[in-house]
Design a protein around this ligand. Structure first.
Ligand SMILES: [Fe+2]
Ligand SMILES: [Fe+2]
Length: 285
């Protein structure tokens, strides 16, 4: 099957969240905004875990191109972790309890990672491969929806556009490492099922907590509108289902999804939205 890869660029941006007047920055909708906040709480410890799980195997990787791609992947994820940490601090200025939520999430991720690293580190890598698939599919769907992007406050839009571009660029790295160290199909699928369940349950749990603290839990109009945006005809999760399910094919590889046009288009638009510094670049053959 034909494959398509993008060059991996390590970029830095400096969003100014304090310029965002409203915590309900997604078109005034608290349900969607808090769903994304809950997801953002997972990013700093989650992306640090992705890097550790890949680095655990890096000495077994002999392909020099893949070794360079691992470095670029780690460079991108490190900056994503930092930026989402800053974004989460901004959320905490509005909802102080969010500090405790972030701490609890980080402790849980670190505990599970450490336990599995001793017993079966390939499982940590399989979980990373699965979550990298989910983030790449979400990133491509997000960048394919200018109508949704328009609803987002510009400073926050630049954070998610930047992150989405780079998730697409490095979407094959963890998968290639997993294959090169002999990861099996069964463990890969197990990783996706477990990761999806954990991701959905944790995100919805903390979205609910944020809505409650924000006094928005009974805002049923916003809830219905969010449901339409997510699961209606043309909704975000309705659209990404097909790509998500491709992972179950035995011959699946992330580079079978051609997202090069999205990267090209959005890196141009990102430069118009905010100042972008490119601090590293790795060609992926
Ligand atoms: Fe990332
Ligand atoms: Fe990633």
């Amino acid at each position: 099957m034909k494959t398509f890869r993008s060059t991996i660029h390590i970029r830095s941006i400096q969003p100014r969240y304090e310029a965002t007047p409203d915590l309900h920055w997604f078109g005034g909708n608290p349900f969607v905004s808090h769903l994304v906040h809950a997801l953002s709480f997972l990013f700093p410890p989650g992306e640090a875990m992705f890097v550790r799980s890949v680095n655990h195997f890096k000495d077994k990787v002999t392909d020099p191109d893949l070794r360079r791609a691992i470095k670029a992947f780690a460079g991108q994820e490190h900056l994503h972790s930092q930026s989402h940490y800053d974004f989460n601090l901004w959320i905490q200025t509005r909802i102080p309890e969010a500090h405790d939520y972030c701490q609890r999430i980080a402790a849980g991720i670190d505990r599970n990672y450490a336990r599995m690293e001793k017993k079966k580190p390939i499982v940590n890598l399989a979980v990373t491969v699965a979550l990298e698939h989910i983030t790449a599919v979400m990133a491509a769907t997000f960048l394919s929806r200018p109508d949704m992007l328009e609803k987002i406050h510009p400073e926050i839009r630049s954070l998610f556009i930047w992150h989405a571009i780079e998730e697409i660029e490095h979407k094959s790295v963890a998968f290639d490492v997993y294959q090169s160290v002999g990861g099996t199909y069964a463990t890969r699928i197990w990783g996706l099922v477990v990761s999806t369940l954990l991701l959905v349950s944790k995100t919805l749990y903390y979205q609910g907590k944020l809505l409650q603290k924000d006094g928005q839990l009974s805002n049923w109009r916003a809830g219905l509108s969010a449901l339409r945006d997510c699961f209606g005809g043309g909704g975000f999760f309705t659209v990404l289902r097909g790509r998500y399910l491709d992972f179950f094919r035995r011959d699946f590889h992330p580079s079978q999804h051609d997202d090069r046009d999205l990267v090209e288009t959005w890196q141009g638009k990102l430069s118009q939205l905010t100042t972008v510094k490119v601090i590293g670049r790795v060609e992926v053959p």
